[in-house]
Design a protein around this ligand. Structure first.
Ligand SMILES: Nc1ncnc2c1ncn2[C@@H]1O[C@H](COP(=O)(O)OP(=O)(O)OP(=O)(O)O)[C@@H](O)[C@H]1O
Ligand SMILES: [Mg+2]
Length: 487
């Protein structure tokens, strides 16, 4: 039961209130006793002096026991709670009103008596009780003088109520019972209110803990607080919600990565298997039918096998390259270089192939206007090569492929455009994904679908983005830019 914060708070509070209650009762008892003593002493302050004024039969040496006892007796009849003692100037008890044997002291300490007589003290003043060696009581006292000489003191013990304990005291007084009852009721009310408040305060904590448990079990985040006061608990709730959100996002990302990885493995194995199977098939045929095949057929089979093996090694190389780029193993070695020269090189490399295909390949550059750009020349060459290769691959004979460079705003924009088959609108957002090949891609020796993924990653490493615009059956254009060299 004590496992909840609420239970502990309530218990501590109840304990605290009990202590306060007991302390209050003790205080009440002490105060009541003191008040009663003070009242009794003040009311009877002059009692001893009044008795002395009655002319006591005592002249300092002689005590008329009979007469004295008569007076004492009379006094006690009037007020049975008083006990009267006659003291000599040193405090010794000469005579008293009590039955013999009851008085246990031979003398009384005079210090409190003198304090009482001078009046320079706070009431109540407690003096020795001759009937009990260890008890002190309130009293009234008066000096007995004769011929201006101190003969002794009259010492009157003012017996008040003597209680054995608080319970007896409470039983004896309605007012005390009322005060104690009201105090107890007040404490109880405060305790109930505080417990209720704690319940309200800890409610959000309980909801938070329930939400955490639910999140742990199912991964779903249930709403915790409807409104926020911005206190510590709210901040805790907000922090937890933030944390849970992040965990969920991370989980989703991990799941997505996992799916992509699985797809990748499936794609890679598919793309590797097809050329490998063909290669295997042709080589096997060559081996088995060696005697039946003519030289021309053998050569043709070997050519095909070679083409497949080239395709395989290209695929493996591209995969390896992309993996390295994605793992940040390749860091661009940035340096200023002339983009027009690079474009010219790349275009030259593809010129022969373009001519064979009957495609017009050209580059348009106003050389002197262009500043140098900053980047990794090898990697940018790879991007340009991929784009031009794609353009040539997807542009039929009679078409046109153009590489244009435009300076502007501290950057140089590169645009590779063609008049080829174009890309359908629904495919356009996906062509940069690895292994993505639109369904309308013309057959032939289509690639693996990695070229654009590699190009995008390289430009990403350069802090740039590549964009594609295309109209189906009309042409495609790829654009990216590079920062111009500042100096
Ligand atoms: N210039 C273009 N014109 C029309 N379609 C294009 C063009 N460039 C790319 N595509 C489409 O985008 C797809 C992805 O291109 P990407 O370069 O990534 O792969 P790929 O050329 O098929 O293979 P790889 O480059 O790995 O040899 C291509 O399969 C093609 O359908
Ligand atoms: Mg390509």
């Amino acid at each position: 039961m004590l496992k909840t914060l609420y239970a502990r708070l309530a218990l501590v509070l109840a304990g605290l209130f009990t202590v306060v209650g007991v302390f209050f009762l003790l205080l009440l008892a002490l105060a009541t006793e003191r008040f009663e003593q003070e009242l009794t002493q003040k009311l009877n302050r002059e009692l001893a002096a009044q008795i002395v004024a009655e002319r006591l039969p005592f002249d300092g040496e002689q005590v008329d026991q009979a007469a004295l006892e008569h007076i004492f007796h009379m006094m006690m009849v009037i007020n049975p709670k008083v006990e009267i003692y006659l003291l000599d100037p040193a405090g010794r008890i000469l005579a008293y009103s009590a039955p013999p044997g009851k008085v246990k002291r031979a003398r009384v300490d005079l210090t409190p008596v003198r304090r009482f007589l001078t009046g320079e003290t706070a009431f109540p003043v407690l003096g020795d009780d001759p009937r009990a060696p260890d008890r002190r009581k309130v009293f009234s006292a008066a000096p007995i003088n004769q011929d201006d000489r101190l003969q002794g003191f009259l010492y009157v013990i003012l017996g008040g109520e003597a209680y054995e304990g608080i319970a007896e005291m409470l039983q004896g007084s309605y007012v005390l019972r009322l005060i104690a009852g009201m105090g107890a009721a007040g404490l109880l009310f405060a305790l109930l209110t505080a417990t209720l408040l704690f319940a309200l305060l800890t409610r959000r904590l309980r909801r938070l803990s329930a939400a955490i448990t639910a999140f742990k079990e199912s991964g779903t985040l249930q709403p915790i607080a409807e409104h926020s006061n911005g206190d510590e608990i709210d901040r805790l709730i907000a922090a937890f919600e933030d944390l849970a959100g992040r965990i969920n996002a991370q989980m989703a990302k991990l799941r997505q990565t996992d799916t992509l990885r699985r797809e990748l493995v499936a794609n890679v194995s598919h793309d590797l298997r097809t050329p490998l199977a063909s290669l295997h098939g042709y080589l096997e045929t060559l081996l088995l039918k060696d005697s039946e095949l003519g030289d021309a057929d053998k050569r043709r089979y070997l050519d095909i096998a070679l083409k497949h093996s080239a395709r395989l090694s290209r695929l493996v190389a591209e995969l390896f390259e992309l993996a390295k780029l994605n793992a940040n193993e390749v860091q661009p070695q940035r340096e200023p270089f002339s983009l027009p020269e690079l474009v010219q090189d790349v275009v030259q490399k593809f010129q022969l192939r373009a001519e064979q295909q009957g495609v017009h390949l050209e580059h348009r550059i106003e050389r002197h206007e262009l500043p140098f750009v900053v980047g990794d020349i090898g990697l940018i060459e790879r991007v340009l090569g991929n784009l031009v290769e794609n353009a040539l691959r997807y542009t039929p004979a009679g078409g046109q492929v153009k590489v244009a460079l435009t300076p502007g705003d501290g950057r140089v924009t590169v645009c590779v455009s063609d008049t080829g088959c174009g890309i359908a609108e629904q495919d356009l957002p996906h062509i940069f994904e690895r292994f993505y090949k639109p369904s309308n891609t013309p057959g032939g020796d289509g690639g693996a679908g990695l070229g654009l993924a590699i190009a995008r990653r390289i430009l990403e490493l350069h802090g740039s983005v590549i964009r594609a615009t295309s109209t189906l059956n009309d042409g495609t254009a790829f654009t990216f830019d590079l920062p111009a060299n500042a100096t």
